[in-house]
Design a protein around this ligand. Sequence first.
Ligand code: WTA
Length: 639
Amino acid sequence: MAVPYQITSAEAYQHAYAKSIENPAAFWADIASHFTWKKQWELTLDWNFVEPHVRWFLGGQLNITENCIDRHLESLGNKPAIIWEPNDPEESHRVLTYRQLHDKVCQFAHVLKNNGVEKGDRVCIYMGMIPELAIAVLACARVGAIHSVIFGGFSAQSIADRLQDAQAHFIITCDGAFRGAKDIPLKSVIDDALIACPFVERVIVCTRTRTPVSMLKGRDVWWEDEIKKVETLGLHNFEPEVMESEDPLFILYTSGSTGKPKGVVHTTAGYMVYANYSFVNVFQYQPEEIHFCTADIGWITGHSYIVYGPLSAGATSLMFEGIPTWPDAGRFWDIVEKYKVNILYTAPTAIRSLMGFGTAPIEGKDLSSLRVLGTVGEPINEEAWQWYHKHIGKENCPIVDTWWQTETGGILISNLAGITEAKPSYATYPLPGIDPILVDENGNIIEGNNVSGNLCIRHPWPGMLRTTYGDHERCRQNYFATYHQLYFTGDGALRDEAGRYRITGRVDDVLNVSGHRIGTAEVENAINMHAGVVESAVVGYPHDIKGQGIYAFVVYTGGHQSDPQLTRQDILLTVTRAIGALAKPDKIQFVSGLPKTRSGKIMRRILRKIAEGEPGQIGDTTTLLDPNIVEEIKSGVIN
Ligand code: WTA
């Protein structure tokens, strides 16, 4: 049965939106009343954006896994909660019904308890896309531990930084992960990370690839052995820990304009309500449908739209271990056909890369089950939108272009599938409860339509971040200090004549490479670690498939001078070790200096224009310490 708060017409959207802006607390209290609480909340909202201080559903008690699993058991116990498609199409797939998921989460919750995990402890999860990853996440939530999932592409150094920041004493990992033709030695990466993290007490290792691993006595245990112990003890149900609404649910590290990723903190009740509400309404989920979100659970999209959103709605969530182009570029379409997928949610970068293979991989594949298509993570260009619409949706499926961020917990701006109209390359209208505004550089609100500016949000919504872990001041500085009493997104946007929003991209020093968020300062720090590098400046440039590519200007005086190609490779390896392969620059240009103002500030605007192939638009360079450097850089640009 559909939930009562599912919006079923454009008029109903207008109505809900008006109500939500008029009285947000009453609006969200009504939605929250449809969840399972151990204790009803007393105060719906308490907030100010100065500290910032945002608290939803105060005094309420609940456990999110009760809402994602237990409450469905009676009516949906035998319904598939998770369908898992392995990397290798020859291997059998797995199905976990809600009942089976319940049992596995309870079992693993016992394992966590037996290994010393307590409410409030931080548990780092570094696994491939197997059902045990979802089970680990949910088991943490069941015992009240705070999970921090780290994407499998991050390096040992990145993991160590995050473990230290979160003071995580527990790790759940796998021997390895399969991704396309590759096999990633996850445990071995963890071992390297732990050299710098002696405080880690326990590493639980799940078997997947059967890659040989070293198991340290007293610290490392096998997942399977721990489960056996629980079975021997005859432990079944795990009574969910009672959580306060504002108890942290998870930390997810994400890049900002400074060198160090920040730990975005989401809390229990507000996040749950928002992930669920946005899932049900944006995708217009119907009972019995199969929802396929192609993201990795290591990113916020996987948290909200593989795990918490769909499961809290009693949906069937399809989890895929592999990549879209392996064993061939028809893999997504094989999966859609095999499971009769109804909702497909992916990133523009995947669409653009598949477009490159033409329509042959689609031919003969039955995609008729598809009802809704979605995109997330970066702006979608019109060509990719049209291709998706025509060749995948057969001009029959609404496309939802969903704009949101790690910090927002769920989708904030998007059309609602089949309910409100789409416009290619526009996220269109805000969800109920979301009050977006545009401001100019001085923080003046830009009224009216056909305007553009910096995108801010005016009022809290339940799914927004509460703090950055261990450093609340950083949260204030980053999001609430730029403009008075506003949450600043870091994105630029324009509003068209009908009030629809189009997100134009980041206005800060954050890049969006293949839908992955990377800070330029982070990449610069990594490059600067390389011996012989004096300094560097990193900017983005338009990239046909990735959306943005990474362009690094590097001042280098080290060895290998005579072999720039080898030096480039060395630098790439340093970046891979410091962050991970996802942050490797696409282009490295060696320069003798960087354009700087007399006060020593690097003029990134100039470098950006050069990297974008628009040196004609550099503008005034007279304020530079050495204007000649610009000519040198222009003449050496890598196309
Ligand atoms: C960008 C991903 C245009 C944006 C959920 C944002 C988008 C950043 C869209 C957040 C979209 C996300 N259109 N740009 N539909 N969705 N972005 O934290 O720049 O990984 O600030 O969250 O991705 O990336 P994050």
